[in-house]
Design a binder for this molecule. Sequence first.
Ligand SMILES: [Zn+2]
Length: 202
Amino acid sequence: MKTIASFYIAFIICNTILFSQDSLVEIKNNNDFSFEIRYATTTNFIGEKLYDCEICLLKPQVAEALKEANKYFNQKGYRIKLYDCYRPLDIQKKMWKKVPRPTYVANPYTKGSVHNCGAAIDLTLETLEGCFVDMGTDYDYFGVEAHIDYNNFSEEIIANRNLLSNGLRKFGFQTIRTEWWHFSYKKNKSYPILNSPLPCEN
Ligand SMILES: [Zn+2]
């Protein structure tokens, strides 16, 4: 009996740990943030709907940092528009099958993407009135014009990009060279890769 009880307690503890690793919080789809979750539509580089609903899930610490960054942009007359947040590993595999180029899609069979941990966000800005803010290229544009060190743009576009990246860096996010829209929360090293499906209601 004692052995069974020990096993049962160990089972509960392990499950608790697994659950806490998996815990992601939702950024509510209200007026605080603008939502344009592209993988919930066919307007993306795959050309297929990959998500069953528009939802943004993140690790709690990442969500808090993102909310603080959004308040910062609000004071300047902007709000964050979300393109992608947590991405299940199985979706990463679908993307890799279509575009097996590590410059643009993280390899799901090696390290995976920081999106798979719920610690990266693809985003842009819009004004508080909902007007478009020009960043020079569309989201998921695979070319040099999307690189953060490409500067053959108007002063306005360069200022918009600087506003975005400098603002997010203040709240613990890092850029990557090839995608102006991608921000990884810098303290993500201990976060595990996840593959829980998005909790969409049928
Ligand atoms: Zn990204």
